[in-house]
Design a protein around this ligand. Structure first.
Ligand code: SF4
Ligand code: SF4
Ligand code: SF4
Length: 285
């Protein structure tokens, strides 16, 4: 491995300009505490060009670091509980929206899920599965899909499986109005719900003034998305998942498939399409 390749894999990406490097910082869920951001700003002032760049997948980058300063930057990160991103083949930044802790639309706590997956799939070395290429996981708190679940190697999307209780219903029609899938029809005396049209957005539950809609919150997983040189939407394969252990087990199973079948330099979605979705589906089942 060349020195430059090793530096890149350890988070210091060679720039166009000879001898200059762009540091990518390890970030999970796009969340950077203010004290850490101040440290990064200080590093950028001292060793970079006084600016930070926010990547499309929620990492922070500090460009224009001179080679001679890389060790000092590493040291500064490490003594402040920060680290460069690991850019070897494996799971990259786990990106996540604000989710239900902050966002009114959120059906799952995307940030908690991001931290949980980072801990259980990335930070515990004994659990890491050696895969042939980078692997992106994104978590989006509801079908508004701010984090674009279908663009990721594996995307998680919050979902609500709604259920209706007629007891207090006044037939005001609001749930029909807010339903983006035309899954609800309200008349003066009746309400019908077509589950096959439902996209699990939870708006009926969030908006009903009489709390007639409840339901089970969970996660839909999408597999094999790509959004680079080639574009491919990830596909949903199974039912709603509600349990963290099940989510981890499903992702580990997909990673095992990639470990066994993926070629060096091949993205997960390409491995699936090369071998066929039926092959992947039957492995996962
Ligand atoms: S995906 Fe949903 S929960 Fe997440 S930020 Fe967007 S609207 Fe909010
Ligand atoms: S919004 Fe609630 S009260 Fe109004 S029709 Fe729908 S279920 Fe009934
Ligand atoms: S969850 Fe969303 S799509 Fe499904 S019935 Fe309710 S409002 Fe309509």
């Amino acid at each position: 491995m060349t020195d430059l390749k090793a530096l890149k894999q350890s988070g210091f990406i060679p720039q166009r300009q000879e001898g200059l490097f762009c540091l990518r910082v390890k970030v999970t869920g796009g969340l950077v505490p203010v004290d850490k951001m101040l440290i990064l700003a200080d590093i950028a002032e001292k060793y970079g060009a006084g600016k930070l760049h926010l990547t499309s997948r929620q990492s922070v980058e500090i460009p224009f670091i001179k080679r001679k300063n890389i060790e000092a930057v590493r040291q500064r990160l490490s003594e402040n509980g920060l680290a460069p991103a690991d850019l070897r083949p494996g799971i990259r930044t786990i990106a996540a929206c604000q989710g239900s802790e902050v966002c009114q639309c959120g059906l799952i706590n995307s940030q908690d899920k991001a931290q949980m997956l980072q801990k259980r799939l990335v930070d515990e070395p004994e659990r890491q599965i050696p895969i042939p290429h980078k692997f992106k996981i994104g978590i989006t708190g509801c079908p508004n899909n701010c984090l674009k679940a279908e663009e990721h190697d594996i995307g998680l999307k919050g979902a609500l499986i709604p259920s209706y209780n007629a007891e207090d219903c006044t037939h005001c029609g609001l749930c029909q109005k807010v339903c983006p899938a035309q899954a609800i029809k309200v008349s003066k005396t009746d309400l019908t719900y077509e589950s096959d049209k439902c996209i699990h957005c939870g708006r009926c539950r969030n908006k009903c003034p009489e709390n007639c809609w409840t339901g089970q919150e969970g996660i839909h997983l999408y597999f094999g998305g790509l959004f680079g040189n080639t574009i491919q939407a990830g596909r949903i394969l199974g039912p709603t998942v509600t349990d963290d252990n099940a989510i981890v087990a499903i992702i580990q199973k997909a990673l095992s498939y990639f470990e066994t079948n993926g070629r060096k330099g091949e993205r997960f979605g390409r491995t699936i399409t090369r071998l066929g979705w039926d092959d992947f589906r039957s492995y996962m089942e």
